[in-house]
Write a new protein. Structure first.
Length: 286
């Protein structure tokens, strides 16, 4: 067996099999780390979602970056909507997977600060899906909103490429820093993803609210939940594959040794067989 393993063929095969085991082990380890990170993110999100609501200005301020640890925190804010500076965000899906827009309306607080409010999803125009859509009415007077705090969207966080040169009041990302140049008031960092309002919203001034991370519907802003429950089975699958490689190596080696023994036995039998006598010429027989 040692002579077989030291042949060029088996040295190459062994190196390839060892490399396969290492690669599969590393892939399983990567999936397991993803599983651990997803669990950690889910735990953090669960704590944030179930925390008691706080005033939004206790967690953010103009020009601030909302930390990931405060994402999805329930927050409240009171003020009046500013429909003159509202805009839409393109290529967003609702819970049914339909592509449309998010409606973003600034809310101006009593102390003169603006908060970007994602009021929800609106359908595109039937004739031109890229045209500015028909919008619900904007609630009048003072309103108190409750929603989820979200950090500014970036291409790195959302996977959405920011495109310039869009039609007026259309954007690709929800960014307080970008909108600070368009609003007369200081803009609080991040934005509020609307959950409820007082006075309650009417049918005429309601958009389709964005689903939260606890909902079975897909939330377009919740990349942390994507892949939930997938990474651990993948890790186990890769490790099972890695465990099967040595078994395959042993089966091949056993078969190779068996074939070599058969060939050696056949050669030995052929060498030991007596030679057939040469035929005697006819004239010599007489």
């Amino acid at each position: 067996m040692l002579r077989v393993l030291l042949t060029r063929r088996w040295i190459v095969l062994t190196v390839v099999f060892v490399a396969m085991v290492l690669v599969m082990y590393r892939l399983g380890l990567w999936q397991f780390h993803r599983y651990q990170q997803t669990n950690k993110d889910n735990h953090r999100i669960s704590l944030a979602v179930h925390a008691p609501p706080v005033a939004i200005e206790t967690l953010t301020r103009p020009g601030a970056k909302v930390p990931e640890s405060e994402r999805y925190r329930p927050v409240t804010v009171t003020g009046t909507y500013d429909p003159a500076h509202q805009f839409v965000v393109r290529r967003r899906t609702n819970s049914d997977g339909e592509i449309g827009f998010f409606l973003i309306t600034p809310l101006v607080t009593s102390d003169g600060k603006a908060v970007l409010v994602n009021r929800g999803w609106v359908a595109p125009n039937n004739d031109d899906g890229a045209a500015f859509p028909a919008l619900p009415k904007t609630p009048q007077g003072t309103v108190t909103l409750t929603g989820r705090l979200q950090p500014d969207e970036t291409s790195a966080l959302s996977g959405i490429r920011n495109v310039s040169g869009l039609p007026p009041r259309q954007y690709m990302l929800i960014s307080s820093r970008e909108q600070a140049a368009n609003l007369p008031e200081p803009v609080l960092g991040g934005y509020l993803e609307l959950v409820s309002a007082k006075p309650p919203l009417t049918r005429a001034d309601s958009a389709q609210l964005v689903a939260g991370p606890d909902s079975d519907s897909q939330s377009t802003s919740d990349e942390a939940i994507v892949g939930k429950g997938v990474h651990l089975p993948y890790a186990i699958q890769w490790w099972l594959f890695a465990a099967m490689v040595p078994v395959g190596w042993g089966v091949l080696l056993r078969q190779d040794l068996k074939d070599r023994r058969k060939k050696a036995a056949a050669a030995k039998s052929a060498a030991a067989a007596p030679a057939e006598p040469e035929p005697v010429p006819t004239e010599q027989r007489s």
